[in-house]
Ligand binder design. Structure first.
Ligand SMILES: Cc1ncc(COP(=O)(O)O)c(C=O)c1O
Length: 465
């Protein structure tokens, strides 16, 4: 009897603390149960379910346009090049693409990049996943700047690690005279423990659009450097969409993208993909570039995850990359390269969105002074915007969630609430924003702005057409 008492009162709680949460069904592994019951809605599934064919979706995280013609032509060439291209290629990466990436990253990074330093994956998401799987031991901590791209949380948990948010604060930056998302270096320092194994760095940053300056990156690297157990995973999927460089002073800020690896080459894995750059998120070609000792374990597990990333898509990208550097013509205008065209297009879309949001009363960044990259704006819900949300949408909802439900259901405009990008500790801050994307067509962004204004003015019917 005493034994049974000891077992139930002492041992069982210890066991349940140490072992993962019980499976949600007899057929579900403990790993899957980390994600919660299968029916748990995410912000993405919830708002996707509210969408109708009439919705103007400013919540989506992918461009609405097709890839540029040279990418489509490259894909056609690949399809027809040989029957071999329709078969497996090397697990660690299709040699022509690996060779392209070696050349390019040798120019960008501070060491000669060879095939030993590159692993091609299914999108940047799988790169992140495999990096975490190869680096994290159960109980290890992974630092992420908050607000964060929500994918990081479950990927960290699936690796057995614990996500540790490092808050960015929205406050006045004396250098720009504007409120911006800023890192307090002592906050980062205070989050490092003996269990910290990784920092996920992301610039341009999703969801804030922040582009970290040279001095911010340098200070992060100075803090991380003495902790030899920490590897930096630098997520750079928006590197070609820097629509507002931090400052014109190159000594303090990069004019374009600057790779974090250049601060800590021996401990950084650079992660990127082709999706955002070439409006081809469905191609799902991504990569990890880093020191051989960090890339080798990724290559070791790759064949057991899938034999290879699509040979065809890798081949097409290998053909497209050199073309992207050449003079690019679009609708009678010439650009020095495709990347210049891409940036200019996003500047127009960004300005259209900022104007629409400003007119609707949101707090938006002043991109003539503040850095910006990627295709999201984190727009502040001002008191005036909040006051216009019908009360039924706020019952049992956070303000950001209520606003997004109201907009998608009654205004026909989709946006994403910001609370999923914040941890439990910053619930209040997380309610103050919405993430709005400007990767759709200019006309759709304009129309979304018109719908919001019309709704405010009470001209609902004319806006529903
Ligand atoms: C910051 C960030 N990292 C990674 C990804 C995933 O990229 P991929 O589609 O190449 O997996 C995204 C996609 O939205 C992203 O926003």
């Amino acid at each position: 009897m005493l034994k049974l008492f000891l077992l139930t009162t002492l041992l069982l709680p210890i066991l349940s603390l140490k072992s993962p949460a019980p499976p949600t069904s007899p057929h579900t592994s403990p790993t899957v149960s980390i994600l919660g019951p299968p029916s748990t809605p995410t912000v993405w599934t919830h708002f996707a379910s509210l969408q109708t064919p009439q919705t103007l979706n400013l919540g989506q995280g992918y461009p609405s346009s097709s890839p540029p013609k040279f990418c489509l032509d490259s894909l056609k060439e690949s399809i027809e090049s040989s029957s071999r291209i329709h078969q497996y290629t090397a697990s660690a990466g299709h040699p022509p693409l690996v060779s392209q990436l070696c050349q390019r990253y040798s120019n960008h990074l501070s060491y000669p990049v060879t095939s030993d330093n590159v692993a091609i994956t299914v999108g940047a998401s799988q790169s992140l996943y495999l990096c975490l799987q190869t680096l994290i031991n159960p109980g290890d901590e992974v630092l992420i700047f908050e607000p964060y791209f929500d994918l990081y949380i479950n990927q960290i948990k699936l690796s057995g690690g614990t996500p540790i948010p490092v808050p960015l604060d929205y406050k006045l930056n004396p250098l720009t005279g504007c409120k911006e998302w800023l890192l307090n270096p002592s906050t980062l320092k205070s989050k490092i423990t003996s269990k910290t194994r990784c920092l996920i760095f992301n610039s341009p940053h999703n969801p804030t659009g922040k582009v970290f300056t040279h001095s911010e990156m340098s200070s992060i690297s100075t803090i991380i450097s003495p902790h030899e157990q920490i590897t930096v995973l630098s997520d750079e999927v928006y590197k070609y969409i820097i629509h507002s460089p931090p400052s014109s002073n190159p000594s303090t800020s990069p004019p374009g993208h600057f790779h974090f690896s250049n601060y800590l080459p021996e401990r950084t894995i650079t992660i990127s993909s082709a999706g955002k750059t070439f409006s081809s998120t469905g191609w799902q070609v991504g990569w990890s570039v880093g020191p051989k000792n960090l890339i080798e374990p990724i290559k070791q597990i790759l064949p057991y995850v899938q034999f290879c990333t699509s040979s065809l898509m890798q081949d097409a990208l290998a053909r497209a990359l050199p073309l992207a550097d050449q003079v690019y013509s679009y609708e009678g205008k010439e650009y020095d390269s495709y990347y210049d065209y891409l940036r200019e297009g996003y500047i127009e879309k960004r300005d259209t969105l900022i104007l629409a949001l400003e007119k609707a009363g949101f707090d938006v960044p002043d991109y003539s002074k503040v850095s910006g990259g990627g295709f999201f704006v984190l727009a502040g819900i001002t008191d005036s915007v909040k006051s216009r949300i019908p009360t039924e949408y706020l019952k049992g909802n956070t303000v950001d969630w209520g606003l997004c439900e109201y907009f998608i259901k009654e205004v026909g405009v989709g946006m994403i609430p910001s609370s999923p990008f914040f941890g439990e500790g910053r619930r209040e801050e997380g309610e103050k924003w919405v993430r709005v994307a400007f990767c759709g067509e200019v006309e759709d962004i304009e129309e979304a702005g018109r719908r919001i204004r019309c709704k405010e003015a009470g001209e609902v019917e004319s806006c529903e057409t």
